[in-house]
Every structure is written in C-alpha cells, then in structure tokens.
Design a binder for this molecule. Structure first.
Ligand code: HEC
Length: 103
C-alpha cells in the first residue's frame, strides 16, 4: 500500500518536472553532460569517439534519430539514443552546435 501510494505521488509529479524542464535554459547543457563520457566535455572528444562540438544541430538530431530507429549501424548509440525524447535530443544538439569545435 505504502509503495503504491508513493508511486502514484511520484508519477503525479512527472508532468510538473517535464514542464519545468521546458523552461530551463540550461537543459541542453545538462543533458549533454550525459554524452561527455564518450564524446568529451562540451563535445570535444579526447579519444576515438567523434567530437560533436560545432556540428550543425540538424545533423546531430538526424544522426541520433537514425541510431534510435536502427537505420544507422551502432555498437552503443542505438541503446543510448532510445533514452531521449525528440525535445531532449533537440536541446542537446542545439547545445553542441553552439560549442566551439576542437582545433
Ligand atoms: C558510452 C559512450 C557513448 C555515450 C555516452 C554517447 N555516445 Fe554517441 N557515440 C558513441 C560511439 C561508440 C559512437 C559510434 C557509433 C557506435 O558505435 O555506436 C557514437 C556516435 C555518435 C554520433 C555520430 C557521430 C558520427 O559522425 O559518426 C552522434 C551524433 C552521437 N554519438 C551523439 C551522442 C549524443 C547526443 C549523446 C548523448 C545523449 C551520446 N552520443 C552519448 C558513444 C557514446
């Protein structure tokens, strides 16, 4: 009983969280931090994974959606891309597009 009441309370709070995110100007940056492990801080990769900084936002959005839909072969991105909504991908892409590309 207690658990289900808690669950209801949490679920009821979700739309409020989503609405709050919509007006959060740093949403793109916050979400993009989840890509930093592999694509580097601010999208400048230090390793083998592609840098995303300075890329066109539309190109990032399209590629991530192709991963999500299984149209583009991937080792990991097909899984990661499924964890984001279209709006979140757009926010992440806009953030990376606004970063200075690696030299
Ligand atoms: C666990 C490591 C990892 C994380 C985290 C990660 N990626 Fe990737 N990403 C990769 C790898 C590896 C590739 C190459 C494709 C593959 O094998 O899946 C890739 C490829 C890409 C590409 C295509 C690059 C190109 O031009 O070939 C884009 C765009 C991309 N990732 C976006 C993102 C975004 C946006 C996030 C955060 C939401 C993210 N990735 C998080 C590992 C990661």
């Amino acid at each position: 009983m207690r658990t289900s009441a808690l669950l209801v309370a949490v679920l009821a709070g979700l739309p409020a969280i989503a609405a709050a995110q919509g007006s959060n100007p740093s949403l793109g940056r916050d979400l993009a931090a989840g890509c930093a492990h592999c694509h580097g801080t601010d999208g400048i990769s230090a390793g083998v994974t592609e840098s995303l900084a300075g890329r066109r936002a539309e190109q990032i959005v399209q590629t991530v959606k192709e991963f999500r839909e299984g149209k583009k072969p991937a080792t990991i991105m097909h899984q990661i891309s499924k964890g984001y909504t279209d709006a979140q991908i757009a926010a992440i892409a806009a953030y990376f597009a606004a970063q200075k590309p690696a030299k």
